[in-house]
Ligand binder design. Structure first.
Ligand SMILES: *[C@@H]1O[C@H](CO)[C@@H](O)[C@H](O)[C@H]1NC(C)=O
Ligand SMILES: *[C@@H]1O[C@H](CO)[C@@H](O)[C@H](O)[C@H]1NC(C)=O
Ligand SMILES: *[C@@H]1O[C@H](CO)[C@@H](O)[C@H](O)[C@H]1NC(C)=O
Ligand SMILES: *[C@@H]1O[C@H](CO)[C@@H](O)[C@H](O)[C@H]1NC(C)=O
Length: 363
C-alpha cells in the first residue's frame, strides 16, 4: 500500500508541477518585470563636481588594457537606461562610468535653467573621470547626452579616445540660430515641426502637466509605433493636448523593465529640473554657451561613431548624418532600422557595432 501511495503521490506532484509551470508561463507575460536596476545598485558612487553639484553614477573599473566608456543619457532617462550596454560591456572588461545626468535620479536637481548649458555639463563629466582617475575613455551619448558628448568633443577632445552618438548625432555649436528659426527651417525641410514640443517642455506648466498625466506621457515617449511622434508628439501643441486628454497609445515592449523604475523615480522627482534641457534651447542660453567654442574646435578629429535611428521622426537620421559627416573628419556611421530608443530596440546590434568600432579605435 505504501508503495502504491507513493506512486500516486509522485504522479500527483508531477501533475501539480506541470500545472504550476504552465501557470507560471501563462503568468509570465503579466508578471512583474525583471528588476534590472538591482544588480547595478552596489556599483553606485557619489562625487561633488568642481562647481559643487553632487553626481550619482555607476562605476566599474576596466580590466587591464581595456578602455572605459562614459555613457551619457538624455531626456527623460536615468543611468539605468544603459543597463543593456552595461551588462554587455562589463562582461568584456570595459570600464564604465554611467552618471544620472544633472536634473535626474540621484544627482542634484537644480531648478535654474542656465546651469544646464552643455559646456558646464561636459566639465562635470570630466570632473567625474578625473576623480576616478580613468584614462582611455570613449564618451557615448544618446539624445541630449549626445549634445553633451558633442561639447566634450569641442572642449575636452584631449581627454578622450573617441566619441559615440546614438539617435542624435554630433551637434555642431549653434551661436546664431534661435529656436524659432530652427523650428521653421526644419518644418520647411521635413514637412512637419519636429521640435515643436520644445516649447511645451520649456513652459512653466510642463512639470505639472506631465506629472498629472504620467501614463499618457510614457505611452508617447516609449511608443510602440514610431509614427506617433510625428502626429502626437512633435508638432507645436500636439503633445500637451495628448496629455491633457489622457490619450493612450501602445508602448514598446522594451520599456517594460524600465517602467516601474521610471514611475517611481520620476513620480518622486518630477521633471522640473530635467525640462531645463529644453529651456536652455528656447531661451537662448545654449546659443550663448556655444560662443565658448572656438571655430576651429567645431571640427572633430578624434574617431566618431554615429548609430543613426532611421525610424526616429524627431532626431531625423538624414539630418543627423549630414551634420556628423560634415564636421567629424573620421566618422563611422551605421544606420539602424529602429526608433529613437535604438539601444533598447536593437541592443545586440548596437552593442556589437559599438564594440567593433571601439576595437578599431584602441587597436
Ligand atoms: C579646443 O580644442 C583643443 C584641442 O582639442 C583643446 O586643447 C582646447 O582646450 C579647446 N578649446 C577650448 C576653448 O576648449
Ligand atoms: C552663424 O554662425 C556660423 C558659425 O557659428 C557662421 O558660419 C554663420 O555664418 C553664422 N550665420 C549668420 C547668419 O550669422
Ligand atoms: C524597418 O522595420 C519595419 C518594422 O519596424 C519594417 O516594416 C520595415 O520594412 C523595415 N525597413 C527596412 C528598410 O528594413
Ligand atoms: C580613423 O579612426 C579609426 C578608428 O575608428 C582609426 O583606426 C584610423 O586610424 C583613423 N583614421 C585617421 C586618418 O585618423
Amino acid at each position: 500500500m505504501k508503495s502504491l501511495f507513493t506512486g500516486v503521490l509522485v504522479l500527483l506532484s508531477a501533475s501539480v508541477n506541470v500545472a504550476l509551470s504552465q501557470g507560471t508561463s501563462v503568468l509570465a507575460s503579466n508578471a512583474a518585470p525583471v528588476d534590472v536596476q538591482a544588480p547595478l545598485l552596489p556599483f553606485y558612487r557619489d562625487v561633488k563636481t568642481s562647481r559643487g553639484y553632487k553626481y550619482h553614477y555607476y562605476f566599474s573599473a576596466a580590466t587591464a588594457g581595456k578602455p572605459t566608456l562614459l555613457l551619457v543619457h538624455g531626456f527623460p532617462s536615468l543611468s539605468v537606461d544603459w543597463y543593456r550596454q552595461i551588462a554587455y560591456f562589463k562582461k568584456k572588461g570595459y570600464g564604465l562610468v554611467v552618471p544620472d545626468g544633472l536634473g535626474y535620479g540621484g544627482t542634484d536637481k537644480p531648478e535654474e535653467a542656465s546651469v544646464y548649458v552643455h559646456s558646464l555639463l561636459a566639465k562635470d563629466l570630466v570632473d567625474i573621470l578625473d576623480h576616478e582617475k580613468v584614462a582611455n575613455v570613449l564618451a557615448i551619448g544618446h539624445d541630449w547626452g549626445a549634445t553633451t558628448a558633442s561639447s566634450l568633443a569641442n572642449l575636452h577632445a584631449d581627454r578622450f579616445l573617441g566619441f559615440g552618438f546614438l539617435a542624435v548625432g554630433y551637434q555642431a555649436p549653434n551661436t546664431n540660430l534661435t529656436y524659432e528659426q530652427i523650428l521653421e527651417s526644419n518644418a520647411k525641410l521635413l514637412g512637419y515641426e519636429n521640435f515643436g514640443y520644445w516649447k511645451f517642455f520649456s513652459s512653466p506648466d510642463a512639470d505639472r502637466i506631465i506629472r498629472g498625466h504620467l501614463q499618457s506621457f510614457w505611452d508617447v515617449i516609449w511608443a510602440k509605433h514610431p509614427s506617433i511622434w510625428r502626429f502626437s508628439f512633435s508638432p507645436t501643441g500636439a503633445f500637451q493636448s495628448f496629455l491633457e486628454s489622457d490619450s493612450k497609445t501602445p508602448r514598446a515592449s522594451y520599456f517594460k523593465e524600465l517602467e516601474p523604475i521610471y514611475n517611481k523615480v520620476f513620480g518622486q522627482n518630477g521633471f522640473k529640473a530635467a525640462v531645463n534641457f529644453y529651456t536652455i534651447q528656447t531661451n537662448g542660453d545654449d546659443q550663448e554657451d556655444d560662443k565658448n567654442v572656438p571655430l576651429e574646435n567645431y571640427t572633430i578629429k578624434k574617431p566618431v561613431f554615429f548609430g543613426a535611428a532611421t525610424q526616429d521622426l524627431v532626431a531625423v537620421s538624414s539630418l543627423q548624418i549630414a551634420v556628423t559627416k560634415q564636421f567629424c573628419l573620421n566618422s563611422t556611421i551605421q544606420k539602424f532600422n529602429a526608433s529613437h530608443w535604438v539601444h533598447h530596440e536593437l541592443p545586440d546590434e548596437v552593442n556589437t557595432a559599438l564594440d567593433n568600432w571601439i576595437r578599431t579605435v584602441v587597436a
